[in-house]
Design a protein. Structure first.
Length: 135
């Protein structure tokens, strides 16, 4: 857009100069050429202004699409982060369940007390002898 602005300024200056020369020109081909130059430069100005307007509209459309894409990207990223967190939670739950399953297999069996005191006394004697012999 900067170049277009520069061309518009340059064209306006050329028209201004051509009009000044046209007032000074008496007759002939020079006057006709200046008139055609002014007409052509007026056409050039119209084209430049239309093109400038076209580019401004395109720029606005691109900015609008960019902002819409930013929102879409944000939604996509949010969905990715949500799915990632959900996957990590599922992994954590599965890991905890596996550990609980392994622990449940290790639980000690229920110890049944001796029904007879004599048997318990003999068992303690034997256990003590075995323990002493291992030392």
């Amino acid at each position: 857009l900067t170049k277009i602005k520069s061309l518009i300024d340059e064209t306006n200056e050329t028209i201004k100069t051509s009009r000044k020369l046209l007032r000074q020109a008496s007759t002939g081909d020079g006057r006709l050429t200046l008139q055609k130059n002014i007409k052509t430069n007026n056409f050039n100005l119209m084209v430049l202004k239309q093109y400038e307007s076209y580019l401004k509209n395109k720029k606005a459309a691109l900015v609008s699409k960019y902002k819409a894409n930013e929102v879409t990207y944000g939604v996509v990223y949010s969905s990715y982060a949500t799915a990632k967190t959900s996957q990590e939670i599922l992994y954590l739950i599965n890991q905890a369940e596996d550990q609980m399953t392994r622990l449940s297999r290790v639980i000690l069996p229920e110890i049944i007390p001796f029904e007879n005191n004599l048997i318990e006394k003999k068992w303690l004697e034997i256990s003590t002898q075995i323990s002493e012999s291992n030392d």
